[in-house]
Design a protein around this ligand. Structure first.
Ligand code: ATP
Length: 202
């Protein structure tokens, strides 16, 4: 999966619309402390469906919205769009007819997040599955946060196993299994209710 472009608007320190073109090869982001390098990586994770505000270094998900400075008022919404080049059809098969895939996430104060894939509104889960099926996503080990290596060295084996599972591309299967188990449980509850009704009628 090749990321072509990252567009940010009102996201953390990126108050003005900003277009980051990701050229082939290695991309380096350099700049003084506090200029927003980590915010760029966070924008990438956020648009891929990150749902932990702690992982975004915030106390609530709305903390990703530009909070204002002495000279500029705060914004009411933030939006990040990721444009994926699918010319090599490396995205999951459901997107085989798309040359490019545009994934966007928008958050408005007190309204929560909305997600779109190629302009069509979708669930957070659809976006997370799109990336999980391509062995990437907000929790991909390819995105290394500051302090993450030290955290990994001291983490439990089960957490290290998640990295191997992510690389093997089976994270999406776990999500699907969980959804199937929930549906099975709901069906079992309905069957029990039905048994009660049948017993009352007999
Ligand atoms: P370092 O090199 O020290 O790791 P960095 O370049 O990675 O720094 P970031 O951590 O990405 O910098 O950016 C921090 C900056 O983002 C701070 O100036 C902070 O005030 C600003 N910032 C974070 N959240 C918001 C927000 N919601 N609104 C406005 N500015 C924000």
């Amino acid at each position: 999966m090749k990321f072509n472009r990252l567009r940010l608007s009102g996201f953390k320190s990126f108050v003005d619309p900003t277009d980051l073109i990701i050229e082939p090869g290695l991309t380096g982001v350099v700049g003084p402390n506090g200029c927003g390098k980590s915010n760029l990586l966070e924008a990438l994770r956020w648009v891929m469906g990150e749902n932990s505000f702690k992982n975004m270094r915030g106390t609530g998900m709305e903390d990703v919205i530009f909070a204002g400075t002495a000279g500029r008022p705060a914004r009411n919404h933030a939006e990040v769009t990721l444009i994926i080049d699918n010319a090599d059809r490396s995205a999951p098969a459901a997107y085989n007819d798309c040359e490019t895939i545009e994934v966007s996430r928008k958050i408005e104060r007190e309204q929560g997040s909305t997600y779109r894939i190629n302009g069509r509104e979708v669930r957070a889960r659809d976006v997370q599955l799109l990336f999980a099926d391509a062995s990437t996503g907000a929790h991909s080990p390819a995105l290394v946060r500051q302090g993450q290596i030290a955290q990994l060295i001291s983490s439990k084996p089960i957490n290290r196993r998640r990295i191997l599972e992510e690389a093997a591309g089976i994270t999406g299967l776990y999500t699907r299994r969980h959804e199937a188990e929930l549906r099975l449980k709901a069906a079992e509850t309905n069957l029990t209710r039905l048994d009660d009704v049948v017993a009352q009628l007999e």
